[in-house]
Design a protein around this ligand. Structure first.
Ligand code: LLP
Length: 384
């Protein structure tokens, strides 16, 4: 990824910089690999809901995966076909459900019996039939960070296996909802293919189980979770979509005419985005050297929240010597640390630094803590 430094100088830091070319190439690769098997890719807006990026994806034919009414609205406004919008989430408000019904979305991915009843009631009041998916908790370990693992029986997500038959039968008695899909999502930043393979095996078993009670669905949705390489953003800038879809294809047993869906967020958006920040001060203490930058955890919370790693580079230092620094932000909490003991060329006030692989779950998770401004987005295509 190239950073057009001379152009950056007119922009107030910190900001997110998006390499649109890389974004498009990544999205295209995902689609090409999915198309080999006729699979449908929904983009998970939660990773990055920037309108410019969304319009690119809707233009390419991605479906959308949303987790709030506002995301459903944003997806529709940015050109996604409402019939391609899956609406997930363990706590949907009535107004959000109504919005989804009005848009005639693809599926409400339902997580409890009560939710199914409420959607049925709300659809009935409008004289409509809402199409739903059962989000099933498959009890598959994704081997990822505890905060972003979702497919274990102890997590709050989905309908547990022991309830499945009862819930599936119940749906069939409700006349204003139609069950068309089963949905799964076992976690995010899953670095091995094995958990996905295990999920596919589980799906095969569950399809048999559901068939025994006379339940057949037209769609199977495996959710998202494919990882990116935070340590080598340039060597592996496009994730291994080929390996991912091939692994699914090898294991999953679809019924005749059944469509397979995935919901990818991070793997589409992460590598194309970087947080650009400037060094405000250097603090050299007895035991430590600090680079104090003008971005804080209000701009990128992943290191503070998950202990996540983002590669840090100094774009402007002419120095050939390197030093170890803790790279910290201006917020008055020790957790406002992007990384410790990072080896960087000797850094000075005014140097530009970048935190790489920040295109997913970066800008969308920013806050205005300390009344700081939200970071802006800058696109490579605007700087040419
Ligand atoms: N589908 C569902 C139902 C999800 O809950 C998620 C992400 C996705 C799809 C997309 O997963 P992906 O392909 O991006 O892994 N803020 C955290 C990540 C939270 C992910 C939550 N669910 C982070 O910064 O790592």
């Amino acid at each position: 990824m190239n950073f057009p430094l001379s152009k950056f100088r007119n922009t107030t830091t910190p900001f997110y910089y998006y390499d649109v070319d890389l974004f498009e190439r990544t999205a295209k690769t995902a689609l090409t690999q999915a198309n080999k098997y006729g699979y449908i890719v929904h983009y998970a807006l939660k990773a990055n809901a920037n309108e410019r990026l969304l319009r690119i994806l809707s233009g390419m034919g991605f479906g959308a995966d949303c987790v709030s009414g506002a995301e459903v609205q944003r997806a529709a406004a940015c050109g996604f076909d409402p019939k391609s919008i899956a609406f997930a989430g363990v706590g949907k408000r009535d107004d959000e459900i109504n919005l989804g019904i009005d848009h005639g979305i693809f599926t409400f991915n339902c997580e409890s019996e009560q939710e199914l009843e409420v959607i049925n009631e709300l659809a009935k009041a409008k004289g409509k039939v809402a199409t739903v998916a059962l989000r099933i908790n498959p009890n598959v370990d994704a081997h990822t960070h505890a905060h972003i693992t979702t497919g274990l029986a102890e997590n709050k997500f989905g309908i547990n296996l022991w309830q499945l038959d009862e819930v599936a039968k119940k749906v069939q008695r409700l006349s204003n909802i139609k069950l068309i899909s089963i949905h799964f999502h076992i976690g995010s930043q899953i670095t091995e293919l094995e958990p996905f393979v295990e999920l596919c095996r589980k799906v095969n078993e569950l399809q048999d189980q559901l068939e025994k009670i006379g339940v057949a669905v037209e769609h199977v949705n495996l959710g998202g979770g494919l990882s990116v390489d935070y340590h080598h953003p340039d060597e592996k800038s496009i994730p291994d979509f080929a390996g991912y879809f091939a692994a699914i294809n090898k294991t999953i047993k679809l019924r005749a005419g059944q469509k397979l869906h995935v919901e990818l967020g991070r793997s589409i958006a992460a590598q194309c985005g970087s947080l650009v920040t400037k060094c405000l001060f250097i603090k050299e203490l007895l035991k430590k050297n600090f680079v104090v930058v003008d971005a804080g955890f209000s701009d990128l919370i992943r290191p503070a929240l998950y202990g996540a790693y983002h590669k840090i580079e100094n774009l402007t230092s002419p120095s050939t010597e390197s030093k170890k620094y803790d790279v910290v932000g201006p917020i008055c909490e020790s957790s406002d640390t992007f990384d410790k003991d990072v080896s960087l060329p000797t850094t000075q006030r005014g140097d530009y630094l970048v935190l790489r692989t920040a295109g997913a779950y970066g800008e969308v998770m920013a806050s205005q803590y300390n009344l700081r401004s939200l970071p802006k987005a800058v696109f490579s295509t605007d700087l040419k």
